[in-house]
Design a protein around this ligand. Structure first.
Ligand code: CLF
Ligand code: SF4
Length: 460
């Protein structure tokens, strides 16, 4: 997708709209980015087919993937549309819960329209149950909304970091449009107008649109409230405010000039002030342009070009539908258990945070030492609500844990009262207890283990 190279894993909380029209619910229920609930069960994949970009963002270094949806410093292997379609069919067979194909770079997909649309066309023809998703900086969007609609691309993300061109001059040094290089306020004015026009056109075409914004402290942080209002007024379905990730080694203008990213607290405060009664995405992981798997996992290394080109596609629609039907059953059972509990209990207690090691499915099913992130749940005795994630270094890499790594992990979850994992070793158990975090081992639904812990916690 096309966004500036900057931000990264947002440590955000996530919310799918409280009340969503059932028809829209159907359109998002298997999309892990558009539905927080779906992200526990369904995976997405990206194919890196779009190398060129038509703007410059101050948080981007062109040596790496588009930072609008990627972690800075990540480089993806470029694919042709045919290679990309082959990869999609391979992964659709191996990971049947993969329901969405996104094109998000490494440059801007709409600055590479032939490659982007050819890839989507090939996949639509061979794997009709896979949702198509596109992410762009928006400059060329108005030109392509008809083609997007024709190809049934139902999810489009635009990265919008400003609606005031004066602020834009601090983010975008130039824009290339109609064979001309635009600079200064004119460049940001043009980008802004094209983004708004594109957003409006998506709404008129009934295509679901998410807006990503990179939060840049001191530049657009306060201004993003205005951006939020402007995009919602034009029909954006979801707003994803991501933190700028900026370091000198990324070689970006911001990185080299000491521009800092927001703290998790600043990010959350801004997300809260924008959330109102609308949808705010808080479960974004700022993926790579070749990401594969659940949002919280990265399986891209299993499917590098040398590997997937040797694999035979085993796409099987019937088998995929069976897997999806099973996921639906599991989700429904978890939802009805939750509804039952909510109906029984009236008073909600004090809220506490709990860290969870999970490989997805709404289950505590991962060893403490294997986790690369913890999902964070806010528990009040009635429900356990997903509120974000914390990336960590994996404790157990070679069969043994590193004590320096453990210290880092504990400091990342020090505001949590407990950590839930399917197994926790003696050493981390001891250190967690010392830090005042209760280690809880079990293999069950997150809801069930989190609420059991809450009861014990309140009794102490
Ligand atoms: Fe990919 Fe983006 Fe589509 Fe999702 S990602 S193109 S909407 S399928 Fe998702 Fe990744 Fe965040 Fe993007 S977690 S960076 S929001
Ligand atoms: Fe980089 Fe272009 Fe993406 Fe901006 S839109 S982050 S310049 S690739």
């Amino acid at each position: 997708m096309a966004m500036a190279k900057a931000p990264t894993s947002c440590g955000c909380t996530s919310t799918t709209p409280q009340k969503v029209d059932p028809k829209i619910q159907e359109r998002i229920e298997k999309h892990p980015c558009y539905s927080e609930e779906a992200h526990h069960h369904y995976a997405r994949m990206h194919v890196a087919v779009a190398p060129a970009c038509n703007i410059q963002c101050n948080f981007c270094n062109r040596k790496y993937d588009c930072a609008n949806e990627s972690r800075p410093g990540v480089v993806s292997e470029l694919l042709t549309p045919e290679e990309a379609a082959h990869k999609v069919l391979v992964i659709a067979g191996k990971i049947p819960q993969m329901t969405v194909l996104g094109i998000a770079g490494p440059g801007d997909p709409l600055a590479n329209p032939q490659q982007t649309f050819r890839t989507f066309g090939l996949v639509a023809e061979k794997a009709p149950d896979i949702k198509l998703c596109l992410s762009t900086n928006g400059l060329m969007l108005p030109n392509y909304v008809d083609q997007i609609k024709e190809l049934n691309i139902d999810h489009v993300t635009i990265t919008i970091n400003m609606v005031d061109p004066k602020i834009g001059t601090k983010i975008y040094p130039w824009v290339r449009y109609q064979r001309k290089r635009w600079t200064g306020e004119e460049a940001s004015q043009l980008l802004h107008e094209r983004q708004m026009e594109g957003l409006q056109a998506l709404q008129e075409a009934d295509i679901l649109c998410k807006v990503n914004s990179v939060m840049i402290p001191g530049i657009n942080d306060q201004h993003l409230v205005e951006v939020d209002e402007a995009i919602r007024a034009r029909g954006a379905f979801l707003h994803n405010i991501m933190p700028l990730i900026s370091a000198p080694e990324h070689g970006t203008y911001f990185g080299l000039n000491g521009q800092r990213g927001p703290t998790p607290k600043e990010l959350k405060a801004l997300q809260d002030s924008c959330s109102g009664n609308m949808k705010m995405m808080r479960h974004c992981r700022q993926c790579r342009a070749d990401a594969v798997g659940l949002l919280g996992e990265d399986r891209s290394q299993e499917f590098t070009k040398d590997k997937f080109l040797e694999m035979t596609p085993e796409y099987n629609l019937e088998k995929r539908q069976e897997v999806h039907a099973h996921i639906k059953e599991v989700k429904e059972a978890q939802q009805s258990a939750k509804a039952e509990r909510i109906a029984k209990k009236k008073a909600r207690g004090e809220k506490i945070l709990i860290a969870v090691a999970t490989k997805g499915g709404g289950i505590v099913n991962q060893h403490f030492g294997h986790a690369k992130e913890f999902q964070i749940f806010e528990v009040d005795g009635v429900e356990a609500k997903f509120v974000g994630h914390r990336k960590i270094d994996q404790y157990c890499q070679t069969g043994y844990g590193e004590s320096a790594t453990l210290e880092g992990i504990i400091s990342a979850i020090q505001d949590c009262k407990a950590v839930l994992a399917s197994k926790i070793g003696d050493c981390p158990e001891e250190m967690l207890l010392k830090a005042g975090i209760q280690p809880v081992q079990g293999y069950d639904t997150i809801d069930s283990l989190a609420l059991n812990f809450y009861q014990q916690f309140k009794q102490v």
